[in-house]
Write a protein that binds this ligand. Structure first.
Ligand SMILES: NC(=O)c1ccc[n+]([C@@H]2O[C@H](COP(=O)([O-])OP(=O)(O)OC[C@H]3O[C@@H](n4cnc5c(N)ncnc54)[C@H](O)[C@@H]3O)[C@@H](O)[C@H]2O)c1
Length: 398
């Protein structure tokens, strides 16, 4: 099948693209390379040295024999080119990773807030409008986030896969039940854009019958897959800085370089996780099981386990001997939360979860140790604060 991978040069997109190509699909990566540009703006680099997209593609063809193509295109700003690309290539599926994905970066300044909204909401809307205008019958698989449900208290309730069944009381005392999109509770401007994406999908699915699968993904950890390990030029990126690094990978690299683990606040925050190999597998499963014509947006919770941040830090400390530091929390969020998640859809499709076992944790520590001399320690602390109150706490260390 011909598949576009929007954002296929990124952390989740690159291993997904090579996996789809390896599985025999005709893959076209569409990316504006903005993530690489943001690294330059922030003065930071992936801990692992990553090849240019051109080198990656050359290496991939040499290693696997199945070429992928690359189109340098900004889906948020180049609508006419996107439309033309859809008309000329007529893909059967589009995997959409192409968004600004860091919550701290989205909260950094008013410029990064505006960029995140412009980029993510316009990008998704351009894609939907271009599909309608081109008349191409295509299945969109979008990478959303578990964060759309919010990390407040769910009072012990299990978070369903996208839809909540509610009972609506009527004036005459009767009640009817209805399935609605689960209420959203974004915790950052980035998460807010993902909740807006959900509404765009709801509308275009209802109005234009576009077939859509929205994957509410947990925090991805790990770095390489068996395919990106095949050649150093295929190596995946590893973000460790305070804006783009995600919690578990950060702990593992901090342990590797002897930097105290940066727990924000009490560490009582509970989050959902998934290993990069499972993320790649889930996208493939979603592509192989598209919604039927007229079916409402399919929503899957793409996560395999939930953990409290403090427990993760303790686990990494026990494994590596690292010290744990408690720092002021830059985020405006609940001190602690519960998170019980239904993820039956992928399990029923055959996903065999990779859990947080010591072997895989050690593998990430080994990768981080190998590249420890590339780390700029000054980039590790999180300095993007959610509000002026948090900024003050970070400044004074209170
Ligand atoms: N990494 C995670 O832990 C995680 C967790 C949950 C959800 N997700 C979602 O998965 C998707 C991919 O995340 P990632 O970690 O690979 O991020 P990433 O920043 O590494 O990759 C995103 C890619 O999209 C490209 N891009 C951004 N805007 C674009 C535009 N307007 N036009 C074309 N290309 C554009 C970037 O250049 C980059 O290569 C995101 O939508 C993110 O919200 C990621």
């Amino acid at each position: 099948m011909k598949v576009f991978v929007l954002g296929g040069d990124g952390f989740c997109g690159w291993p997904c693209a090579v996996n789809l190509a390896h599985s025999g699909h005709d893959v076209v990566i569409v990316d504006n390379l903005s993530r690489r540009k943001i690294d330059i703006d922030l003065g930071v680099e992936s801990l692992t040295p990553i090849a240019t997209i051109q080198e990656r593609l050359r290496a991939w063809e040499q290693v696997d024999g199945r070429a992928m193509r690359f189109v340098h295109l900004d889906i948020a700003r180049e609508y006419e080119r996107l439309l033309e690309l859809l008309r000329s290539e007529r893909p059967e599926a589009i995997v959409h990773f192409a968004e600004q994905r860091a919550a701290p970066y989205s909260m950094k300044t008013s410029a990064t807030k505006r960029y995140t909204v412009d980029n993510n909401v316009n990008g998704t809307h351009n894609l939907l409008a271009a599909i309608v205008e081109s008349g191409v019958d295509v299945h969109i698989v979008h990478l959303g986030t578990m964060g759309v449900y919010g990390y407040g208290s769910h009072r012990g309730a299990t978070i369903p896969e996208g839809y909540l069944t509610v009972e609506v009381p009527q004036p005459d005392g009767s009640r009817f039940t209805e399935q609605i999109l689960h209420p959203t509770n974004p915790g950052s401007v980035y998460h807010m854009t993902k909740t807006l994406d959900q509404l765009l999908f709801f509308y275009y699915n209802k109005n234009d019958s576009i077939r859509i699968t929205d994957l509410h993904q947990g925090i991805v950890w790990g770095t390489n897959t068996s395919l990106t390990e095949k050649d150093p030029r295929l190596t995946n990126r590893f973000d460790y800085d305070g804006d783009y690094g995600t919690v578990l990978n950060r702990f593992l690299m901090q342990a590797a370089i002897g930097y105290p683990l940066t727990v924000h606040g009490t560490g009582g925050q509970t989050r959902a996780f998934i290993h990069i190999r499972d993320s790649v597998r889930c996208v493939q499963l979603a592509l192989e099981h598209p919604p039927t014509q007229g079916e409402k947006v399919k929503i899957f919770n793409q996560m395999t386990e939930s953990h409290r941040v403090a427990d993760l830090a303790e686990k990494v400390a026990a494994l590596t001997g690292a010290r744990v530091d408690r720092l002021p929390n830059p985020r405006n969020e609940a001190i602690e939360n519960d998170l019980i998640v239904d993820n039956r859809c992928f399990l029923e499709l055959g996903l065999q979860p990779t859990t947080l076992d010591d072997g895989l944790l050690t593998e990430v520590v080994d990768v981080a140790r190998r590249w420890a001399d590339r780390c700029d320690r000054s980039k590790i602390p999180c300095r993007s604060a959610w509000t002026s109150r948090q900024a003050e706490a970070i400044r004074t260390g209170a």
